[in-house]
Design a protein around this ligand. Structure first.
Ligand SMILES: NC(=O)c1ccc[n+]([C@@H]2O[C@H](COP(=O)([O-])OP(=O)(O)OC[C@H]3O[C@@H](n4cnc5c(N)ncnc54)[C@H](OP(=O)(O)O)[C@@H]3O)[C@@H](O)[C@H]2O)c1
Length: 281
């Protein structure tokens, strides 16, 4: 498969680039410097010259609090940039996969796993821009698969888990939110599913997360510290309200997919199993 990957230096983009190369694909991987997705002309020309079979967008402005402070830029990257890619994919007759987020939901339903049947209702500028990106991509290219995912961990990029483990190793006290829940997901597992979906070319909205009951930030942090075998860690638990941040977050953004298994895709392994593998690397 000839595949364009945007946002290739990020957490998901780097895992996907590695996975596709290992599978023998002809990979055209672009970091932000290589291809800024907000540069419509560059996007169009890149697709025109490369004739990809598929494009997978892993580029996004993922700093949720900064997006809240600059919603215009959030919209430029996370909505318009995605639309530009989808349009270019359509013009090049390529399938298009774009990664989206659990933050399109407001998370007000407790003890619930959000599926495709739930109406999105983002609380933040980041979530709103990502949702608009989903919709624009679907309107611009009929061969669009939107992949919503949850709390990511893996090598590289910025992620909650890597920070927690590093701080714990340095002996620093940790603060973790005990009343917000999500579905931890291992970037390489997501990457493998992104490639499958690009190849499958069956448009729709997919929720792709590791299996299991999900976790609170505190539970996620404790599990990571346990598998990393770090002892004597002090964890102060806090509520989300006690940590004032510019952007509101959903209290419960656990995801489940109604479609994947129905079309024969195997559920991703339990997040704790993936965490153990990540930690042993
Ligand atoms: N991380 C999570 O927990 C999480 C949870 C749910 C969904 N997601 C979604 O997963 C996807 C991948 O996120 P990630 O965790 O891999 O994020 P990441 O590590 O921040 O990677 C995103 C990449 O996109 C690049 N980028 C930003 N603006 C760009 C532009 N205008 N043109 C081209 N590239 C640009 C960034 O480059 P710079 O670093 O140079 O800006 C970065 O390398 C995103 O769609 C995100 O919304 C993430």
């Amino acid at each position: 498969m000839r595949v364009i990957i945007t946002g290739a230096a990020g957490l998901v983009g780097s895992a996907l680039t590695q996975h596709c190369r290992a599978r023998g694909d002809e990979v055209f991987a672009f970091d932000r410097e290589g291809l800024d997705i907000t540069d419509e002309r560059a996007v169009r020309e890149t697709f025109k010259s490369l004739h990809p079979d598929a494009a997978v967008n892993c580029a996004a402005w993922t700093d949720v609090d900064s997006c809240e402070l600059d919603p215009q830029r959030a919209f430029l990257v996370n909505s318009q940039g995605v639309e530009a890619l989808a349009t270019a994919a359509r013009l090049s007759a390529a399938s298009f996969v774009t990664v989206s987020t659990d933050y399109v939901f407001d998370g007000r339903r407790e003890n619930h796993f959000y599926t495709q049947r739930d109406e999105p209702h983002p609380l933040s500028a980041y979530g709103a821009a990502k949702l608009e990106g989903e919709r624009r991509a679907q309107a611009a290219c009929a061969r669009t698969s939107v992949v919503r995912t949850g709390w990511l961990f893996g090598q590289g990029g910025k992620n909650f888990l890597a920070t927690v483990v590093e701080r714990a190793r340095r002996g620093e006290a940790l603060r973790a939110i005990s009343d917000s829940y999500g579905t931890p997901t291992y970037a390489p597992d997501l990457a493998a599913r992104l490639r499958e979906l690009a190849e499958l070319d069956l448009p729709g909205i997919y929720h792709v997360v590791n299996a299991g009951e999900g976790a609170s930030y505190e539970g996620f942090a404790r599990a990571a510290i346990e598998v990393a075998d770090i002892s004597d860690v002090r964890i102060e638990t806090v509520t989300a309200d006690a940590l004032p941040r510019p952007a509101p977050r959903p209290r419960n953004s656990r995801l489940r997919c109604l479609i994947s298994e129905a079309i024969g895709l195997r559920p991703l392994r339990d997040w704790r199993e993936a965490l153990a593998e990540f930690s042993s690397r």
